[in-house]
Every structure is written in C-alpha cells, then in structure tokens.
Design a protein around this ligand. Structure first.
Ligand code: AHR
Length: 501
C-alpha cells in the first residue's frame, strides 16, 4: 500500500467557490433537446412536453446554470425561428451538425425548462451569420419588461414576465474554421465589442462572456485571447475556455494525467488576461468561464457513419466508462483549485450528447458513470475551496512528468461541514492518505463515498444502469486531528466531515 499526506490549513483559502462552477450545457445537437429535455409524446412528459424524469435528475444534480442553445449550433441560429406558435415555426437545414432543426424548442421554452429544473439559463448569441443587432433584440425580447416591439411580442407569445437572463456568451468558438462564419481575432474582437455595448445598453445588469480559443492547440491560442480582450476588456466579465479529452490510444496513465493539461491551460489563459489588464492599465480582474469541458471521443466512429439531415439524430452519444469518471473527478478538482479565477464552468453537455444523463426516446432515463463525481462536487463542493498540500508518489506518462498519483482538494462549507475530494490514479496499489486536520478540531466523518471498479471500461446502460455507482466506505479513522483514509487504486473518493456540537 502506498502512502501520502495531505495538509489542510484554514488559512489556505483559494476562494469562495462560485456555485456556477457546476454549470452544464444543452445545445441543439443530437438528442440533447429533442428526446432529452423535450419529448411531448413521452409518458412522463409534463404539460409543456418536458420529460419529468430528466427534470428530476437535473434537479438532483443541483445544476446552477445551463448554457444554451450552442455551441456550434448558435453560429447559424435565428432565435426568432423558435418563438411564437409552434405550428408556424420553420424547419431549417442546420449547418453546424448537418441536421434538421424543427424549432419546437426556443428561448421561451428553454427559460421555462430552466425554471422547472431549478436552474438559470446562460444564453449564447449568434455572432457568426448574425451580429450585434440580433443580439440586442434578443436581450430586449427576454429581459425588457414590456412596452417595446420585442418585449411586447414575448408577452403576446404568452410570457408576461421577462426571463431576466443574466449571463450571455458573445458567440461560440469563433476562432475555429469549422464555425459558421468564423472570424479572425480582430474581426471577432470588434464585433464582440459592439454587440456587448448594445446588449448592455438594453440591460446594464447582464454579464458577458467573450470567446476565448476553442482549445489550447489552436495555432492562434494566446494571441487570440490577447487581441479579443484588447478590444473588449472593459465591457466583458469573462473569457471562455473549452477542453475535451479522450483516451484514443488506451493509455490510462496518460489519460488520467490530462488534468495537468487543464491546469496549465487555466494558468495560461489567466496570464493572458493579466497581460491585457496591465497593458490597458485596468483595475478590473478578468474571470474565466470554462463553459465546455468533458471527456469526448467514444462516439467518433459512430459519428463518422451517421446519416445527415435527420431530426434529432443520436449523435455524439458517448457511453462513459469508469475510467472517464476518474478523469472527470480530477477535472472537477482542477476547477476547484482555480476557483479564484474560474467563476463559471459547464460540463458539456447535460443530456444524451456527451452527457451524464442518458435517455431512450419513449423509454427511461439513467445515470452515466460521470454523473457521480459531478453530483458529489455539485452537492458537497460549495463554500470555500482550501488548497491542500499533497505529498504523494508521482509517475511519468507519455506526455507528462511528475504526475501526482493523488489529486485532492478540500471544501469548507462554512456551516460546520468539510469535504475532501480525492482521486487515486495509481493503477496497481491502494493508497493510505494521512490528512492533517488539526485546524479543524471536533470534526467527525459523516459520510465516506468511494467509486472504484475492477473494470476500467465498465459502463452504465439502460439494461444495467447501476453497474458503476459509488458505495459507502468505513475505511477511515480520525484521531488526534489526523484523518487516515484508504483510497483504493483507481478511485474517486468523497470524505465528508461534520463539526460535532
Ligand atoms: O459540445 C459540443 C461542441 O464542442 C460544441 O458545439 C462546440 O462549441 C465544441 O466544439
């Protein structure tokens, strides 16, 4: 058995965690919307056609914010297609994913779904085929009380109260040539600035996210962020980041080390923001919106064979393994470690399309493996993130050196609760971690959850929905301020402590 130590100190505060770090994303892509959140013919559909089983799971996850309607989809989207009487809404050839869009769900329905799911919408505007004018009219439609053309149209459509959407993305991945009407950094920076101006003039209370690079491998990475922020620094609140990882060559050690890449990515974007802050002599801190992150690769082969121009095709339906859940756990820990800069993050996506929740049309909904680390972090990872000093064995992999086998973070909920999240990446051995809690006298373990599995490739399916689930563990002791906990080889661990009265 290997050994590690974890030092916690009340003063090692990283930041108060913004709950929106546990956000998610629903795009008009595959069966995320149709067959995912909305299926009016389903036996569990509510009066608006929303699947009640999906609403229940979304509420269980306590998702604070959901990005919508894209993704790549938004860069060709006419938001006006999705409002008003459903029978009059146009069917469109949707270019981002070569599908047919029926427009039966639009901004009004999505805002209503968010109310029913207990979450908040994060709306993206189209800065591909469209521009500042359509962005500002959308803000007027959703956020203006009434008495103008667009707000009165919302009222006429049956939505008396404004939706009051607070967070807005200025386009999506505009640096990528795959994007409908992709732009250079100069072109995008100018457009984003003008869109930000007029959107804020309609509603000064909104928060805005400028597009960062689509990923850190883009040839323009770094210079894109710098140029875009030089145009927009004073008008936006966040710059976006996106990352997806895959284990295409079956190298588990290297795959699980990818959280180090995410960590480096965050450092680099934060540094670029600070460069522009210095250059523009601004006093304002630019925050990060990590609004797409996940594992994504399992459906590559199916996608290549998929037939085009169908309505809600089963596209990008990654079936997640236990191994993926481990990396998702490490990515969550990485986001928490950077909670001083990352204020919004969206697990991409929420239902069916690269998602923790799966459904069958007309059938049940079930939880994928990655559901569980996301659930635990969302439920127990709220409060203040505390930096922990980890001393653990390290390993080298194909792309990384000195990878700690133990990834850990502590969250103080400021109400007498402390939670340790930890991933043991060791492929061979269990780990005993001694966690020094002398700063937290009078605490006891209230719950200890472990997700481990003999088969890295195990998945949850409709037929076997509970093949990979967490279980309670008693393998911990707490005496003289030292919490000793067994972290099985290749495992996700949650140790919750409560202050005794
Ligand atoms: O989340 C799936 C896609 O990944 C999004 O549409 C796009 O923004 C990203 O490339």
């Amino acid at each position: 058995m290997k050994k590690a130590t974890i030092k916690v100190d009340k003063d090692f505060r990283i930041a108060r965690i913004d709950n929106r770090i546990y956000g998610s994303f629903i795009e008009h892509l595959g069966r995320a919307v149709y067959g995912g959140i909305y299926e009016p013919t389903h036996p569990l559909a509510d009066d608006q056609g929303f699947r009640k089983d999906v609403l229940t799971l979304t509420r269980e996850l306590n998702v604070p914010i959901v990005r919508y309607p894209g993704g790549n989809f938004v860069s060709g989207y006419n938001w006006e297609d999705g409002i008003g009487p459903k029978e009059l809404r146009p069917r469109r050839a949707e270019l981002a994913w070569s599908a047919i869009e029926s427009n039966q769900v639009g901004v009004d329905e999505f805002a209503e779904w968010c109310r029913r799911a207990g979450t908040e919408p994060m709306m993206a505007v189209n800065l591909g085929t469209r521009g500042p004018e359509e962005a500002r009219t959308l803000v007027e439609y959703t956020n203006f009380k009434g008495g103008t053309y667009w707000s009165d149209l919302r009222i006429k459509n049956g939505w008396k109260e404004p939706h009051n959407i607070k967070v807005w993305c200025l386009g999506n991945e505009m640096d990528g040539d795959w994007q409908i009407c992709h732009k250079t950094a100069q072109e995008y920076g100018r457009t984003a600035r003008e869109a930000a101006k007029v959107m804020r003039w309609v509603d000064p209370s909104i928060q805005l996210v400028a597009c960062g690079s689509s990923n850190a491998q883009m040839s323009t990475f770094g210079s894109w962020e710098a140029t875009v922020l030089e145009h927009t620094y004073d008008l936006v609140d966040y710059i976006s980041m996106h990352v997806y990882y895959g284990n295409r060559d079956g190298d588990t050690a290297n795959f699980l080390a990818r959280s180090m890449d995410m960590d480096h990515f965050i450092h680099s974007v934060a540094a670029t923001c600070d460069y522009v802050k210095a250059k523009t002599q601004s006093k304002k801190e630019m925050y990060l919106s990590f609004d797409e992150w996940n594992v994504w690769y399992h459906a590559d082969a199916d996608n290549a064979k998929a037939e085009k121009w169908r309505e809600a095709p089963a596209y990008n339906e990654d079936i997640y393994t236990f191994e993926d859940a481990l990396l998702v756990g490490s990515m969550l820990i990485t986001l928490l470690r950077h909670s001083d800069r990352v204020k919004i993050a969206c697990l991409a996506q929420l239902i069916n399309t690269i998602a923790p929740i799966m459904t069958r049309n007309g059938g049940p909904a079930w939880k994928q493996t990655i559901y569980y680390p996301y659930l635990h972090a969302s439920l127990y990872g709220r409060g203040t993130a505390l930096n922990v000093l980890v001393d653990a064995p390290r390993y080298d992999s194909k792309d990384f050196t000195d990878v700690p086998i133990l990834d850990a973070i502590m969250v103080d909920d400021e109400a007498g609760g402390l939670t340790l999240f930890a991933v043991n990446k060791d492929m061979e051995e269990d780990l005993t971690a001694d966690c020094c809690l002398r700063d937290y006298p009078g605490y006891q373990v209230s719950e200890h959850l472990v997700m481990d599995c003999g088969d890295l490739h195990a998945v949850n399916t409709e037929a076997e929905p509970e093949r990979v689930i967490p279980h309670a563990s008693t393998e911990h002791t707490l005496s003289d301020g030292i919490l000793t906990v067994k972290l099985p080889k290749l495992s996700w661990n949650v140790v919750r402590l409560k202050k005794m009265q």
